[in-house]
Every structure is written in C-alpha cells, then in structure tokens.
Design a protein around this ligand. Structure first.
Ligand code: CTP
Length: 425
C-alpha cells in the first residue's frame, strides 16, 4: 500500500501564503542537499486533524543561512534571524514559520537554559517534552514525505498519552509540567503512568525555573479555552504551591473563571491572574507577582486582588452608585473584573455596572462650562465637577440644565460640596 505523503497533508492544512513559503524553503534545502523536517506541534496537530497555526521546521544545517537565502525571494515575508540560537523566523500574512538548526541539548543544572550543540534529527527529537511533540515529517531528505517517529509518538497520539522521552525530562525543564497539563486539557490526553510518577517526583524543580519562563507558560495556560481545568490539575499535582506556598485552586475558583468568560469574551490575562491570586494576602500577592516576574500591569492586577476582595462587605451594603465608584476607582479594572466574577448578587451587579457604565460616566458640564457660569478657576472647580459626577451617578441630576442649576447652587454656597469620589475613574 502506498505510504501517505505527509507534505501533501501539511500543505492542505496551510494557508496559501504559508504553502508558498514552505515550497521555497523545501526547494532551497533540496538544492543544497540539506535535510529539512517539520517537527513539533504542527506535526502533532496535523496527525490529530487539528488546525495548524505555526510551522516549526528543523534543518540539519545552518537554519539562519537558509532562511536568509530564501527570504529575499518571498514577497511580503519578514525574516528575523537569531544566529546565536541557530534559528530564524519567517513571518508573512497570517502565518509564521520558525526554522531551527537541528540540535542536541544538555542541561548543566535543573531549570537552566540548555547548552546546545548541532546534532542529528534524532537528538533534536529526543530533547523534546513529550513523544507526541517528537515526530517529524521529512520535507527534503531521502525519506521525503514520510513520517519519522523514532519514539513512537504516533502510537501515543492514537492512545491519547503524554509520555516523556526520558526520566530526567521534568527535572531538566519543569515548565513541561505546565505544558503537559495544558496539553491534557487541550487535547483531552492523559499522562502515561510512568511519566506521571516522574512528574510528581520532580514537581519541586519548578522552583528552579526563572520567573519569566514561568510567567510565559502560565499565560499560555490562561489563554486556553478553559484554563480552570488546567489550574485544578496543576493544584492537584502540587505545582501551584511551588509557585507560592499559599497559592491554591478549587472548584469555587474554577466557577469564577467560567463566570468571568460569561461576563466577557476572551477575558484579559490580567483579570485571570487577579482571580488566581484572589485568596492571597497582600504580601503573598506581592510575592507571587515578584516570583512570576509579571509585567507592571499584571503585577498591579495581582496585588490588587486582596484589596478587591476586601471590598466585598462594603459593596454588599445598600450603597449608591457614587459610593461604588469611590470604592472601586482606585483599583485596576482587571481586579474589578475578578471581583465581579467572584461575587454574587448585589455586589456582583454593582461591580459590573461600574465596569460597564459608571466608570465612563461624565457630567455634561466641563471646566470651561463651569467658568462660563462664574466659577473661579482653581481646585474648587475639580470639587464641583466631582460633585456633579456623583449627582449624575446617583440620578440627582439628569439634564445639562439640572447640572447648571446644581453647579450654581454649589457655587453660591446654597448647596454644600458633599464628600464625593476623590479620584475620577
Ligand atoms: N518544546 C519542548 N520543551 C519545552 C518547550 C518546547 O520540548 N519546554 C518543544 C516541543 O517539541 C514543542 C516545540 O518545542 O512542540 C515547540 O514549542 P512550542 O511552540 O512552545 O509548542 P507547540 O507544540 O508548537 O505549540 P503549542 O504548545 O502551543 O501547541
């Protein structure tokens, strides 16, 4: 029986522009007698009949040189090379192709970036996280069009198993624990039993991973359609407490993640991070933000989570909108989204009203209009504007005329400037 040609299958899964770029790369590798392979996630997804987004290629040779040689001939394709890493990226409209020189890796210590040296394809596949990601399609070599699967990844794909390639895999690179949990949820796979034992044994090596790498993998988890399933799994594996001893995740938090998605499509990672940190104390939240080397915005959201949680009792009382704005406006919006997803009943409604309407509400009158009404320029102008905004939020004024009447009353001293939000949202 003729073997299926996997290049044809790969081409069929790619957008036209990516196919053209791939053709040119294959031709260039062939004329130089260099062996080129598709590897990793794109091969896995192709075999699983899932959409392939990015293409990873491995060249037994100088990948940056090959990428440079073809880039000039490809219209609308940008080529970036990283000679130090032996990699290059071709980016066109709607596609991205990464080309890397085949390499072997060794880890000097757990969690360190590996020392790499050029190596044959087999070594390049062996250095990977799971057998499912260690399958190649020969694009230009003696075996063109065939599947190269020295570690039986295809059988594991069929069985829905995540199998590490060797027992030091998680110790070498513990981000594979997060990656594995992500693949379990995304692909509906499970860890092969021995792999699971290695993983549990080595979960502590997450401590050795840099904050930046942890952050990046965690964000990839949060971008999955149902990150809460992955976070529950990571909690069960003991991985979250390695990130911070007080970090945990339970079904209640999982429901809040699902609720957040009901409240807004594609919730921002900052809101998810705030939800993750929900039960932490302020020092714990700050420590987590530091450990994960979060960006400024992400860290702000995480650090604000305990503050947002502390507002729940105040938001449960029968408070007017202006008071809600006063309470919530000092918080970054992602923390308020986390609050809205966690709370129930009136506090949740109030947080949502704040997020969707109240924080944008402005009086019809601005500073110029107040000066025209006879207000003296200076700090008092701000006070009057805040009072007008509060009155508008609480329904005391509706029209511009109402506002003018109130402004005149305040300015003439017949209406006191009440305590109102000190900071506009
Ligand atoms: N890889 C690995 N160990 C890591 C990171 C990556 O072995 N810690 C390997 C895997 O073979 C993976 C490939 O590098 O398939 C490319 O990495 P990445 O782009 O992160 O994974 P994909 O599988 O392409 O993408 P995704 O996980 O989003 O499906």
């Amino acid at each position: 029986m003729p073997q299926p040609n996997f290049i044809d299958k790969l081409n069929a899964a790619l957008p036209t522009a990516a196919r053209e770029a791939l053709d040119v790369l294959i031709l260039a590798a062939g004329t130089r007698s260099l062996a080129l392979y598709a590897v990793g996630g794109c091969v896995r997804d192709l075999l699983l009949k899932r959409p392939t987004l990015d293409l990873d290629l491995t060249l037994e040779g100088d990948a940056p040189a090959l990428a440079r040689a073809v880039a000039g001939g490809l219209a609308d394709v940008r080529c970036t090379v990283h000679p130090a890493f032996g990699t290059a990226t071709l980016k066109g409209t709607g596609f991205r192709i990464d080309v890397a020189s085949a390499r072997a890796e060794s880890y000097e210590r757990p969690g360190a970036l590996p020392a790499v040296r050029p190596g044959p394809l087999r070594d390049d596949l062996f250095r990977r996280d799971f057998t499912a990601n260690a399958i190649a399609i020969a694009l230009s070599s003696d075996l063109t069009g065939g599947l190269i699967d020295p570690f039986h990844g295809e059988a594991d794909l069929e069985a829905g198993l995540l199998r590490a390639l060797h027992e030091a895999s998680f110790r070498d690179d513990a981000t594979r624990i997060l990656r594995g949990a992500r693949y379990e949820a995304r692909l509906g796979f499970r860890f092969e039993p021995q792999t699971l034992r290695w993983l549990k044994r080595d979960v502590r090596y997450l401590e050795a991973i840099s904050g930046r790498r942890l952050r990046d993998e965690l964000l990839r988890v949060l971008r999955e359609p149902q990150p809460e399933r992955i976070l529950l799994r990571l909690h069960g594996l003991g991985a979250l407490t390695v990130l911070h001893p007080s970090l945990s995740f339970d079904e209640r938090r999982a429901s809040a993640f699902a609720r957040l998605r009901e409240l807004r499509d594609e919730p921002p990672a900052t809101a998810c991070l705030a939800l993750l940190a929900w039960e932490l104390t302020p020092p714990e939240a700050a420590a987590l933000a530091g450990r994960l080397s979060l960006t400024r915005r992400e860290a702000e959201a995480v650090r604000a989570a305990p503050d947002a949680q502390a507002l729940l009792p105040a938001l449960s009382a029968d408070v007017p909108p202006s008071r809600v704005v006063e309470l919530l406006s000092p918080l970054p919006p992602p923390a308020v989204w986390a609050l809205a997803a966690t709370a129930e009943g009136p506090p949740a409604d109030r947080a949502l009203h704040y997020l969707r309407r109240w924080r944008y509400l402005k009086p019809a009158l601005d500073g110029h209009a107040l000066v025209a009404l006879g207000a003296p320029p200076g700090p008092r102008l701000g006070e009057v504007l805040r009072r007008l905004k509060a009155a508008k939020l609480d329904g005391e004024v509706r029209t511009r005329r109402d506002e003018e009447r109130l402004a005149r009353a305040i300015l003439s001293g017949t209406e006191a400037v009440k305590a109102t939000p000190s900071r506009s949202s």
